[in-house]
Design a protein around this ligand. Structure first.
Ligand SMILES: NC(=O)C1=CN([C@@H]2O[C@H](COP(=O)(O)OP(=O)(O)OC[C@H]3O[C@@H](n4cnc5c(N)ncnc54)[C@H](O)[C@@H]3O)[C@@H](O)[C@H]2O)C=CC1
Ligand SMILES: O=C(CO)COP(=O)(O)O
Length: 322
């Protein structure tokens, strides 16, 4: 099986590295969008997004479009808002095989998750999703990690699970694409909320409340869209929520922390929760469901409120049953 990973950022590189290490006989293509990126990575032997992680010999960095044609499985590790443009641009080269979305977000323009985006742009591909609690740096260091592989086609799901699991990266399987991808997308929004809460000095109890009520919001949206509750309770939902809302390794959490501390966030980071907060708010309005934390994070990221005012508004909401 020929595996091609699209996007040589932190996550794409970590996946390519761990898959390649597991079987030195297997060539893994790591696709970058231009020759400059290809030359730089071949020269340095690493990705600028994952410094210090040397690429094994069987990872081949390439910008050749033919690498897409030749792959039997393609992992899509570009940011969520870049996924649809990438798929539209290369649709003719991507059909007829599994496309595994690794991005965690909701498209701001269509309000679709990655699997619906694949279905809409490359209708004859088999959409799959790889998601769950994992920092790229941890995967690349070979630390133990467990993720969710979602694919509606059970046989293809089993094939992908076997092909992408490694001795340190353990994949669990589900057919609930919607639930898996929504957990991954929405936990980023909650991580911004939790970071802002800690940054503003509201304390660990407030964070636990936000994490828990955030989980209720995630489940509400996912169930409204046909997801299964057990998916939300699994690695891709609760698992990733806990990781991202409690670790300063998370860029979404750090972005929130900066907002809470009234300082500028680090520049140039991929922070999926920013666009996804607005997309999820719009989707909640379309579905007619309440997602107050998500709406608050959307306002925060657009500069329409402050952490202090946001917390006051959340606390002042009408009292209700849990
Ligand atoms: N970094 C992490 O620990 C994890 C990230 N993810 C998810 O993976 C996705 C990507 O994140 P990172 O790799 O961390 O971001 P990153 O910012 O490190 O890298 C993104 C990469 O995508 C490339 N890219 C953007 N548009 C492209 C296009 N049209 N064609 C080819 N390449 C393109 C960029 O050049 C960059 O190298 C996000 O949705 C993130 O939520 C998921 C799990 C862990
Ligand atoms: O998705 C992740 C962990 O599972 C990575 O989180 P960040 O994008 O917030 O760094």
């Amino acid at each position: 099986m020929t595996i091609c990973v699209v996007g040589a950022g932190a996550f794409g590189t970590a996946l390519a590295v761990t898959i390649a290490r597991a079987d030195p006989q297997r060539a893994v293509q790591l696709w970058v969008r231009d020759i400059t990126a290809e030359t730089t990575m071949n020269w340095t032997g690493e990705s600028p997004r994952l410094p210090g992680v040397k690429l094994p010999k069987n990872v081949h960095v390439t910008s050749l479009k033919e690498a897409l044609d030749q792959a039997s499985v393609i992992l899509l590790a570009v940011p969520a808002q870049a996924l649809r443009p990438f798929l539209i641009k290369h649709a003719a080269r991507l059909g007829g095989r599994p496309l595994v979305a690794c991005a965690k977000g909701i498209d701001l323009e269509t309000l679709d998750g990655p699997s619906a985006t694949i279905a809409a742009t490359v209708p004859d591909a088999i959409p799959a999703v790889l998601t769950g609690p994992s920092f790229a740096a941890d995967i690349a260091r070979g630390l133990p990690t467990a993720l969710t592989l979602a694919c509606a086609d059970e046989a293809v799901g089993e094939m992908l699970q076997a092909a992408l699991s490694t001795p340190t990266l353990r994949l669990y399987r589900t057919t609930d694409l919607r639930g898996a991808e929504l957990g991954g997308a929405l936990k980023n929004v909650m991580a911004i909320a939790c970071g802002a809460t800690i940054g503003a000095g509201f304390g660990d109890s407030a964070r636990a409340a936000l994490l828990t009520r955030g989980y209720a919001e995630m489940s509400r949206m996912a169930l409204a869209l046909g997801a299964r509750p057990e998916t939300l309770a699994g690695l891709s939902g609760l698992g990733d929520l806990v990781l991202t809302c409690t670790s300063a390794q998370s860029r979404n959490y750090r972005f929130g922390l900066a907002l809470g501390e009234s300082r500028a966030p680090d520049a140039g980071m991929t922070v999926e929760g920013v666009a996804t907060a607005s997309a999820a708010s719009a989707l909640a309005a379309r579905l007619g469901i309440e997602m107050p934390i998500t709406a608050t994070v959307a306002q925060l990221t657009r500069g329409e409120t402050t952490p202090a005012a946001a917390m006051q508004d959340l606390l002042a909401r009408p009292l209700k049953e849990e």
